[in-house]
Design a protein around this ligand. Structure first.
Ligand SMILES: [Zn+2]
Length: 310
């Protein structure tokens, strides 16, 4: 970041003060050596302060850049998965290799490689580095060592081993969801050695088809189909409707964009409060001198219909 005119004026004023002190201390022009030493010391002390301020700003940019790069690599990867699927491994590797070549100069504002190499920064829409603050967008010039470091980081995500590890496009959220589903039909406090395989298969079936539909299908396959007029069918249909709505809502582009924009908004709000220098945690403020009341327990509604039916 370039210091503004106010910064320069203050620096100028500080220099004048230093000069004035030197004049007072040294008195005569003859004592040049002592004066030079003092000037050097004063300027060093000053620049240390300025350097510190610069360093804080630099660290902020660094942190934002890290967040931004992670987002960019993830976007390139998911676009690649969309295009090549999980089976066209070699093509995916090549595409990611090309993307990694384009990314460093993309942040410097040069998109000439992006057009052919990147999967997300293409004509007519270039990639928006929304995690970066506005003055740094398209202005991050990387030197040779920076590029080397960035390349190592990118290799970690989009290199051969990284791709192999994430080939199926799972994430911790998805894995945990399957774990949750399995522990529902195979609780850890019970050992069912004979029916384990069937129970696991049942859990996955339910995860893939939705709870309501899966129950109806299983009953049908077992030769005990539900009657059309059974009240259970109505309940299952309701469950399916709710589940489908929730899944569709989470996948909507609008929901995703809103979630992303909330993160950007938080970043911007943080920037503003930091610049004003009046940032105070509201939580800390509210808790001062006051005792917190005990949390009220919300009554739990049991929606676990599986335990009743299966
Ligand atoms: Zn670009």
């Amino acid at each position: 970041m370039r210091p503004g005119p106010a910064f320069n004026r203050r620096k100028e004023a500080d220099k004048k003060t230093v000069d004035w002190i030197i004049e007072e201390v040294s008195g005569r022009d003859g004592e040049r050596e002592a004066r030079r030493g003092l000037v050097k010391e004063a300027i060093d002390a000053m620049s240390l302060f300025y350097r510190y301020k610069k360093l804080a700003a630099k660290n902020k940019v660094k942190y934002r850049f890290a967040v931004e790069v992670a987002r960019r690599l993830e976007a390139e990867h998911s676009k690649g998965l969309e295009r090549f699927g999980t089976r066209r491994r070699v093509e995916m590797e090549r595409a990611m290799e090309r993307a990694m070549e384009a990314i460093p100069s993309c942040y410097g504002g040069d998109h000439s490689l992006c057009k052919t190499h990147s999967l997300v920064c293409r004509h007519p829409k270039t990639w928006k580095p929304s995690s970066l603050s506005k003055p740094t967008r398209g202005n991050i010039k990387l030197n040779a060592s920076d590029r080397k470091e960035l390349h190592a980081i990118m290799q970690h995500r989009l290199g051969k081993t990284g791709l192999e590890k994430t080939r199926k496009g799972t994430n911790s959220n998805k894995c945990e969801s399957v774990n949750r589903r399995i522990s529902k039909s195979q609780p850890k406090n019970l050992t069912r050695s004979r029916t384990l395989a069937g129970r696991l298969a049942s859990a996955i079936h339910s995860s893939n088809n939705g709870v309501g539909l899966s129950i109806a299908m299983k009953r049908y396959a077992a030769g005990i189909p539900l009657s059309k007029h059974s009240p259970t069918v109505r309940v299952l249909q309701k469950m399916m409707k709710r589940q489908r709505y929730k899944r569709a809502y989470k996948k909507e582009e609008g929901t995703k964009t809103r979630a992303r924009m909330n993160v950007v908004k938080k970043f911007n709000a943080y920037d503003e409060t930091r610049e004003q220098g009046t940032y105070k945690s509201t939580e800390e403020d509210a808790g001062k001198g006051r005792r917190r009341s005990a949390r009220r327990r919300v009554p739990r509604v049991n929606t676990d219909h599986m335990s009743l039916i299966v």
